[in-house]
Design a protein around this ligand. Structure first.
Ligand code: IPD
Ligand code: CA
Ligand code: CA
Length: 266
């Protein structure tokens, strides 16, 4: 049976608003925090509860759909065949814990690897960025206009400053040169919100040395609708099953950053 993507967007929106209420009500009690890959990689029981909330909603409404979430509630996914929901239940967990602000629920729905629906909800700002493939992108009820280009030297780029100092990062020098040359940098701490901001013309690009599919699955659908580009640092198509380098931007900014700072010669 083929999917009605507008209907899927509608139902996903209603689940997002329900999940946001659960997240906000969690502020009333103390939240248990654990670490994952390193002492700054945080997860709480709220992240897990929200992922589980979506998993059960999806399994009940669409038993034949597949699920890929950050917290591993579902079985590991080996392929993108069929309809796949890629979910980050809370993107910006560190902000959720420390700031109680600047975190998002991010949902991308893909059909055989093609992004069909993307939703990013900035919970505390009450901003829902959403798109259905071919039908344009919106911020709440307002359409997002196709992006306006800017030269790299006038661009504001989203980047986490950690990528400029970590010895393990082979891109340190090219990234320092990029940061020197652009007009400004911003670091919100939620890749999903930063991609939504790019789609909404609040940023001109976003760059990360390591990002996972659930961080950008929804963002890619929004970016496509407003004419932005996204790829790995070599300019190749992004994987939706493996993490990797990530650069997104308005077409000119995306192309120039790869050719001047990141491509094969750097
Ligand atoms: C993180 C945020 C952060 C980005 C990290 C992500 P999480 O996601 O998007 O901005 O720099 O790479 O892992 O762990 O808060 O869902
Ligand atoms: Ca994330
Ligand atoms: Ca997360």
């Amino acid at each position: 049976m083929s999917n009605d993507w507008c209907e899927i967007e509608k139902v996903a929106k209603s689940w997002i608003y329900e999940a946001a209420q659960i997240i906000k009500s969690s502020f009333a009690s103390s939240i248990h925090i654990e670490t994952k890959s390193n002492p700054n990689d945080l997860v709480t029981e709220v992240d897990k509860a929200i992922e589980s909330f979506f998993y059960h909603k999806i399994k009940e409404a669409f038993p034949e759909h597949f699920f890929l979430g950050e917290e591993g509630i579902a079985e590991e996914l080996q392929s993108l065949k069929g309809t796949v929901w890629l979910i980050d239940p809370i993107d910006g967990t560190m902000n959720f814990i420390h700031q109680k602000y600047n975190f998002a629920i991010s949902i991308g729905v893909y059909q055989d690897g093609i992004g069909m629906v993307g939703l990013i909800y900035d919970v505390m700002a009450d901003e829902l960025f959403h798109a259905v493939r071919g039908k344009g992108a919106f911020l709440n009820e307002e359409p997002l206009v196709p992006v306006k280009e800017r030269p790299v030297e006038e661009a504001i780029i989203g980047i986490n400053a950690r990528w400029l100092i970590e010895g393990r990062n082979p891109y340190r020098n090219p990234l320092s040169a990029l940061v020197r040359d652009v007009r400004g940098t911003r670091s919100i701490g939620s890749a999903a919100i930063e991609l939504a901001y790019l789609a909404a013309d609040r940023l001109d690009g976003y760059i990360s040395v390591k990002l996972s599919p659930w961080d950008y699955a929804a963002g890619l659908v929004l970016l496509e609708e407003v004419g932005c580009r996204a790829s790995n640092f070599q300019g190749d198509r992004l994987s939706l099953l493996e993490p990797g380098t990530f650069i997104a931007g308005k077409p000119h900014v995306h192309k120039e950053i790869i050719s001047l700072y990141l491509g094969e010669d750097h």
